[in-house]
Write a protein that binds this ligand. Structure first.
Ligand code: SAH
Ligand code: SF4
Ligand code: F3S
Length: 474
C-alpha cells in the first residue's frame, strides 16, 4: 500500500473531527445555560511525556467547551485523571485518588468525574472501576480521546454513564486544540504506539501499533512553536528511532532531525525515547552535526546481562549497547547519556544483576531512572517464575543507586568552573532559579524570575551530586 493510503487509513477522518466540533458547541451551550460563570476543570496526567501531551490536548478540548482550567481540586466541577499503567505503583495512586473523589461527588452531584489513559485501556481495570467506583461518570480509552466532546455531551445532556474502550491499532488525530502547560517548552509527538513488545511492558497493549505523523505536519507544528517563542521542542515517541517506518514517508528520524534543525530561530531540539536496537550511527551523526539538537541521549538499556536482555525481548546485546555509546561519545565528546533500568526482572540472578552494575560503571550515565520490576497483567514476563523476594530486590536496587551516585558525583564535580548555556525553567524550593543544561543537568543560581523562559550563561561554582550551583554571567 502507498504511504498516502496508509496515512488515510490511520488518520481520524475530517468528518469525525467535524462531528466532534458540533458536540463541542452543544456542550458549550449546556455549560453556558447551567453555570453562571465558566465551570472549573481539574485535569491531572500521570505517566510519560506522551501522556502529558495527550493531557494538553484534553485540556485544549475542555477549554473550547467552555471550561476554565484550575489547579485546585476542591473547586472543580469536572475532574479528569489521565492515567498510566506502566507499574503497579502508578495504578495504586490513581485508585487512591479516584476513591478520594467519592465524598466530593456526594457533596456536589453535578460534578463530573472522568478517567482516561493507559490504565483504562485494560479490561480488568475498567471492570474494577465499574464495580467499585460507580460514581465515575465517563471512562474512555487511549484511542478515542478526540471524542471527549461527544462523551461529555452524553453525560451532561442525558446523565448517562459512558464507557468507551475500543480495542484497535490506534489512529493519528491531527487538529485537536492544545493547551500547552509551558510557554517556552513544548512537547511534539512524532509517533504513537509501540510494536516492540518488550516482555515486561504494557505499552504495546494499551497504546496500539506504531504509527508516525507526516513529517510535513511535524515540521509545520515545529515552525509554529518557534514563531510563538518556544525555546525547547521535545520530540516524543516510545521508540523515536523507528520514526517514519509506518507509514513510509521516505523520511527517517535522522532526516527529520536534520530538517527540524534547518528551521530558523534560537531554540533547541530534544527527543525521547531511543531504543538501542534501532539506534543507528546515522542518527548519532545527525545529532552531532545538528547544532540545535541537544547533546543529550536518553537510551534505556534495561539490563546489563545478555540472558536477561533476551528474556526481556530487547533484541540487542550489552556489547552492541556499549558499542553505540562508544561511537556516540566519539562523535560528541560532551554528550550526556541517561538511561532506564529494571532491577529484579523475573528469574534475574544476583550475578546477572551485577552485570547491570558493571554496565553502569562503564557507561558513565549522567543519571538513570531505576525501576524495580512490576508484573503487568497480560504481558509475557508476568507469567514467568519470580523467586527473588521484594526485600532482596530492594537491596539490589540500593546497590545500583550507590554505584550510579558515585558516577554522577564525579561528572558534576568535573563541571565546576565551566560555563554552560541553560534554559531557565523554574524557581527552586530555596528560591533559586533552576536552569537546565543541554545535557539535562539542573544548575541552580540566584537571579530574577524574569530570566525564566530564556537561555542564559551560568558558571558552575559547586556540585551537589545530581545538580549544580552556579552564578549568572553577564
Ligand atoms: N519506550 C521506552 C520506555 C517506556 S516505559 C523504551 O523502550 O525505553 C519507561 C520505562 O519504564 C522503561 O524504560 C522501563 O525501564 C520501565 N518499565 C516498563 N515496564 C516496566 C515494568 N513492568 N516494571 C518496571 N519497570 C518498567
Ligand atoms: Fe515498552 Fe519496549 Fe515499547 Fe518501550 S519499546 S514502550 S519498553 S514495549
Ligand atoms: Fe504510562 Fe501509558 Fe506512558 S502506560 S508510561 S502513560 S504510554
Amino acid at each position: 500500500m502507498s504511504a498516502v493510503s496508509d496515512k488515510k487509513r490511520i488518520t481520524v477522518p475530517d468528518e469525525e473531527i467535524q462531528r466532534q466540533r458540533e458536540y463541542t458547541q452543544l456542550v458549550r451551550s449546556i455549560v453556558d445555560r447551567r453555570f453562571e460563570s465558566a465551570p472549573k476543570a481539574f485535569v491531572h496526567t500521570y505517566g510519560c511525556q506522551g501522556n502529558v501531551s495527550d493531557g494538553e490536548r484534553l485540556k485544549g478540548m475542555l477549554e473550547e467547551m467552555g471550561y476554565e482550567l484550575t489547579e485546585e481540586l476542591s473547586e472543580a466541577d469536572l475532574v479528569l485523571y489521565n492515567t498510566c499503567a506502566i507499574r503497579e505503583h502508578a495504578e495504586d495512586r490513581v485508585f487512591g485518588n479516584v476513591g478520594a473523589l467519592k465524598s466530593m461527588k456526594t457533596a456536589n452531584k453535578e460534578m463530573k468525574i472522568l478517567l482516561c489513559g493507559c490504565m483504562m485501556q485494560q479490561e480488568h481495570v475498567a471492570d474494577k472501576i465499574r464495580k467499585s467506583y460507580p460514581f465515575v461518570d465517563i471512562v474512555f480509552g487511549t484511542h478515542v480521546i478526540h471524542r471527549l466532546p461527544e462523551f461529555l455531551y452524553t453525560s451532561l445532556s442525558k446523565g448517562k454513564k459512558v464507557y468507551e474502550l475500543p480495542e484497535c491499532d490506534g489512529y493519528i488525530t491531527e487538529e485537536l486544540p492544545v493547551h500547552r502547560d509551558s510557554s517556552y517548552k513544548a512537547w511534539l509527538p512524532v509517533m504513537y504506539g509501540c510494536n516492540n513488545f518488550c516482555s515486561y511492558c504494557i505499552v504495546p497493549y494499551v497504546r496500539g501499533r506504531e504509527r508516525s505523523r507526516d513529517p510535513e505536519v511535524v515540521i509545520e507544528e515545529a515552525k509554529q512553536l518557534v514563531a510563538q517563542g518556544y525555546k525547547e521542542i521535545t520530540l516524543l515517541g516510545q521508540n523515536v528511532n523507528s520514526y517514519g517506518k509506518y507509514p513510509d514517508y521516505g523520511c527517517n528520524f535522522a532526516q527529520l532531525l536534520r530538517r527540524l534543525n534547518d528551521i530558523e530561530g534560537d531554540f533547541i531540539i530534544r527527543f525521547m525515547t531511543s531504543h538501542p536496537k534501532d539506534c543507528t550511527y546515522e542518527l548519532l551523526d545527525a545529532m552531532a552535526e545538528c547544532e540545535k539538537v541537544a547533546k543529550h541521549l536518553h537510551l534505556p538499556f534495561q539490563s546489563g546481562s545478555n540472558r536477561v536482555l533476551d528474556a526481556m525481548n530487547r533484541r540487542y546485546t550489552r556489547e552492541k549497547y556499549l558499542g553505540l555509546l562508544n561511537y556516540a561519545y566519539s562523535v560528541m565528546p560532551d554528550l550526556s547519556v541517561t538511561s532506564d533500568v529494571i532491577v529484579g526482572f523475573p528469574g534475574e540472578t544476583y550475578d546477572e544483576f551485577r552485570e547491570t552494575v558493571t554496565l553502569v560503571e562503564e557507561a558513565k550515565f549522567t543519571s538513570m531512572y531505576t525501576f524495580i520490576y512490576s508484573p503487568r497483567e497480560g504481558t509475557v514476563a508476568a507469567k514467568l517464575p519470580d523467586p527473588i523476594s521484594k526485600e532482596e530486590k530492594g537491596k539490589w536496587f540500593r546497590e545500583l543507586l550507590d554505584a550510579q551516585e558515585k558516577i554522577a558525583a564525579k561528572r558534576t564535580a568535573s563541571m565546576v568552573g565551566k560555563t554552560y548555556r541553560v534554559l531557565c525553567e523554574s524557581v527552586s524550593k530555596g528560591g533559586l532559579i533552576e536552569g537546565r543544561t543541554q545535557g539535562n543537568i539542573i544548575i541552580e543560581f540566584p537571579a530574577d524570575t524574569s530570566v525564566i523562559g530564556s537561555f542564559r550563561e551560568v558558571k558552575v561554582t559547586e556540585s551537589l551530586t545530581w545538580i549544580l550551583r552556579g552564578e549568572l554571567q553577564q
